[in-house]
Structure formats: C-alpha cells, structure tokens
Design a protein around this ligand. Structure first.
Ligand SMILES: [Zn+2]
Length: 98
C-alpha cells in the first residue's frame, strides 16, 4: 500500500486553517480599521466566560483608547498589553525551565 505522508500533512494544514490574532501580523479589531495592531486588550465577560478566561482583541495604537473605554464602560476590561509582550494565562501551557 503506497503511503503519502506529505499529502496528509498538507491536508491537515489546510483543514485546520484559522485566524490567530494573537500571533504574527495581527490587524486592529476596530471595525473598518486595517492598521497593524500594536496592542492586545484582554477582557472577560463574567456572564458568559469563566473568571480565568481571557478574550483578546488586537488594536492599533490609534484605537487602543477606544477599546479600553468600550470595555471599561461595560466592566469587561482586564488588561492592555503591548502585542507580543505578554502571554495570556490560558495559552501559557508550560512554565519555563520545567
Ligand atoms: Zn485601529
């Protein structure tokens, strides 16, 4: 039986394609804005999320204040961090040096 592992790998890569705003070239989440994101806004909605859950919005430097105001007004805001400078708790799987 012929084996084609290379094709299987390609199929799985294409099948698992999904946007990943927290990695690489994130774009501002503000509607209509296509600027490169420089900030991450970490937020949590206690009505639909567990307390340790963090939703992440990417934002450019121009709109980061708009997002903070939006989230703080609704009591959802947790943290604003520079993009790439912080690993959200739910994706920090293994401690360094373990
Ligand atoms: Zn923006």
């Amino acid at each position: 039986m012929p084996e084609q592992p290379a094709f299987n790998v390609l199929d799985s890569l294409q099948g698992s394609h999904s946007p990943s705003p927290a990695s690489g070239n994130a774009v501002c989440s503000r509607k209509g804005c296509r600027a490169d994101a420089g900030w991450q806004l970490l937020w949590n909605n206690p009505r639909i999320h567990t307390p340790e859950r963090r939703k992440i919005w990417a934002s450019c430097s121009e709109h980061v204040g708009w997002f903070e105001d939006y989230l703080q007004t609704r009591g959802l805001w947790k943290e604003t961090v520079p993009l790439g400078a912080h690993t959200p708790p739910d994706t920090a799987a293994a401690p360094e040096g373990a």
